[in-house]
Design a protein around this ligand. Structure first.
Ligand code: NAI
Ligand code: MG
Length: 483
């Protein structure tokens, strides 16, 4: 007797129930061995007063099965509702978002018939920590968090994914020419890990030109690995150029949990009409089957789906007179796939998942980072203040004492040095950063606090401060523009 894998499903909102029913029908007909638990999440749950759209009973199921096939949900606008997707990603530590973007030419109209790339997006860190401040009346700031373990997991996942899926090249995209420390770490970890995978080509591109190339020459790419925000943007660009958002499936992978979905939303404009394309969720479900070790069923469904597309049986979003044969609704599309189970496409490449590891890609334990000597060499102190930089620097003479072992090295505004030797033309907002460096060796916390105490007594208004360290002699902070 085959053991069934327990999974949790949610039918979601809008077109969700229609495309989920279509998808489950295919899975069952294909012989997927699943024990399905259904949970309710989304709009109705939000409206019942659960601010994050998912209640305890739903969590119980997810904690039990750890595998989630999710239809799109509608996030109500306003009213302080938190995004359910972000909540699930974070609470389940789903660190990798995988989005294959494939052209199905000539059957689905696209300008890039040979496009076949996968985006591996870091899913937890970066600006999505949502740590933001209003530092002063006029100045806001968001914190971009990039960690070595976070980089290592996603980069290694990308290479392991490439290996498991017969892909030849991994391209890393960052903006480390500007963000030298944070994006720089991602790039550095990429270079370190790439060296372990001599069987796979690798290269790095600055993300702006990289995104432009995805839009104009997507056939150049195989696997792209990138940070959270860039991955969010690039994956929508890439999905759009394949032909329809209705064709994209995605997986969100963590060490213990995994969530599979379509890339599109709940499409309220066409909900309840039976015309939605279920392909995105079907392709998400195929990734789920591969993940839970049912690669054979996954290939059967995928090949039948490709054959259906090849036969020109298309939903309205991809129906074109020149390339399609028959326009169908959601249920008829699903029936057409079921009819073709066991068949393979004749022109498009036949899919085979026999090389994919059952249970998903397992990463080795994280590398222990080499201990580095960390020295506290200064402090950046943020002040809310109105006036000229020379005047602000002058006022520090009254606050700084020799026993503080600190000297004012520079003042910056919006990241640009304005003292000493500032340019008159530099625009200044009402939040200033004063950099004090140790005169001799390291600075003690008590010395920083004593300086801050004097500044406080002089009436200064603090916004945000940061200690400055060197790591094995290398500065762990950037210089200001113009410094
Ligand atoms: P959307 O992806 O739902 O729709 C964009 C356009 O694409 C619409 O014209 C829609 O009709 C069409 N479309 C989408 N999926 C389709 C399909 N399977 N077949 C045929 N046409 C399809 O994006 P929109 O309108 O920005 O968002 C609607 C709702 O979905 C919002 O409440 C949003 O928050 C939510 N959403 C949920 C996501 C999720 O649960 N993973 C992801 C993105 C949006
Ligand atoms: Mg997005």
């Amino acid at each position: 007797m085959t053991v069934k894998t327990p999974i949790t499903i949610a039918k979601g909102d809008g077109i969700g129930p229609e495309i989920m029913d279509a998808t489950l029908g295919i899975l069952e007909a294909a012989g997927a061995q699943l024990e399905i638990e259904e949970i309710k999440i989304g709009e109705a749950v939000y409206k019942s007063g659960v601010a994050n759209g998912i209640d305890d009973a739903a969590w119980d199921s997810l904690n039990r099965t750890k595998i989630f096939l999710k239809a799109p949900i509608t996030t109500p606008q306003g009213g302080g509702f938190k995004s359910l997707n972000v909540t699930i990603r974070k609470q389940c530590s789903l660190f990798a978002n995988i989005r294959p973007c494939v052209a199905y030419a000539p059957y689905v109209k696209t300008n890039f018939p040979t496009m076949d790339l996968v985006i591996v997006r870091e899913n937890e860190e970066d600006l999505y920590g949502g740590i933001e401040y209003r530092q002063s009346q006029d100045v806001t700031a968001a914190l971009k968090i990039i960690t070595r373990p976070g980089c290592e997991r996603i980069v290694r996942y990308a290479f392991e994914y490439a290996r498991a899926n017969g892909r030849k090249r991994v391209t890393c995209m960052t903006k480390d020419n500007i963000m030298k420390i944070s994006d720089g770490l991602f790039h550095q970890v990429f270079d370190e890990i790439a060296a372990e995978y001599t069987d796979i080509d690798c290269n790095h591109m600055i993300v702006d030109i990289g995104t432009a190339k995805v839009a104009a020459h997507p056939e150049m790419f195989d696997v792209i690995v990138t940070l959270n925000l860039y991955g969010d943007i690039i994956s929508d660009v890439a999905a759009e150029v394949t032909g329809s958002v209705g064709l994209g499936g995605s997986s969100n992978i963590g060490e213990d949990f995994a969530m599979f979905e379509a890339v599109h939303g709940s499409a309220p404009d066409i909900a309840g009409q039976g015309i939605a394309n279920p392909s995105g969720l079907i392709l998400g479900a195929i990734q789920m089957l591969v993940h839970i070790g049912q690669g054979e069923v996954a290939a059967k469904v995928h090949n039948a789906w490709l054959k259906t597309i090849e036969d020109g049986i298309h939903t309205g979003d991809i129906y074109r007179k020149e390339t399609s044969k028959k326009k169908v609704g959601t249920a008829d599309f699903s029936a057409a796939v079921i009819e073709r189970l066991g068949k393979t496409p004749e022109k498009m490449k036949v899919v085979d998942y026999s090389a994919a590891p059952p249970g998903g890609i397992k990463l080795p334990p994280l590398t222990k980072s080499k201990p580095e000597e960390k020295l506290r060499v200064g402090v950046d102190i943020g002040l809310n203040w109105d006036g000229k930089p020379d005047e602000l620097a002058g006022l520090m003479w009254d606050c700084l004492l020799p026993e503080h072992n600190l000297a004012l090295q520079m003042i910056s505004n919006r990241g640009t040095k304005v003292w000493p030797d500032g340019k008159d033309g530099t625009f200044c907002a009402d939040n200033w950063r004063l950099r004090f460096m140790a005169v001799n060796g390291q600075v003690k916390t008590s010395q920083v606090l004593s300086l801050m105490n004097n500044m406080n007594e002089a009436g200064f208004n603090f916004t945000k401060s940061a200690m400055l360290h060197t790591f094995s002699g290398k500065p762990g902070f950037t210089v200001a523009q113009g410094e």
